[in-house]
Design a protein around this ligand. Structure first.
Ligand SMILES: [Zn+2]
Length: 86
C-alpha cells in the first residue's frame, strides 16, 4: 500500500523524498513520526493504492547530492540524540 497525490508538486517532489528516505534507512535512521494524510503541497487528502510504484532512474549527480543530505541528517541526528539514539 502506498499513498499518492496527482498534483504536479507531488510528482516533482516525492521521488526526491523517497530517494533521501532510502539513504536514511541505509544509515539506520527510520521515520517514526505520524504518516501524512494530506498532500503537503496542494492540501488534498492523499489517495491509497496497492498498485506498483513508479520507479524513475536517478542520475549519479542526484545520488551524490542525496548522499550528502543523508550525511548531514546523520550529523544533525547524532548531535541531537547521540549515536545511541538509533
Ligand atoms: Zn497534491
Amino acid at each position: 500500500m502506498r499513498v499518492y497525490c496527482n498534483c504536479e508538486d507531488w510528482k516533482l517532489s516525492v521521488p526526491q523524498i523517497v530517494s533521501a528516505q532510502s539513504l536514511s534507512w541505509a544509515h539506520s535512521m527510520k521515520y517514526t513520526g505520524k504518516p501524512f494524510r494530506f498532500c503537503p503541497w496542494c492540501a488534498q487528502e492523499l489517495k491509497v493504492t496497492d498498485g506498483p510504484e513508479e520507479v524513475k532512474p536517478i542520475s549519479k549527480e542526484e545520488i551524490e547530492k542525496l548522499k550528502s543530505i543523508a550525511k548531514s541528517l546523520k550529523n544533525v541526528y547524532e548531535k541531537s540524540y547521540g549515536e545511541e539514539g538509533y
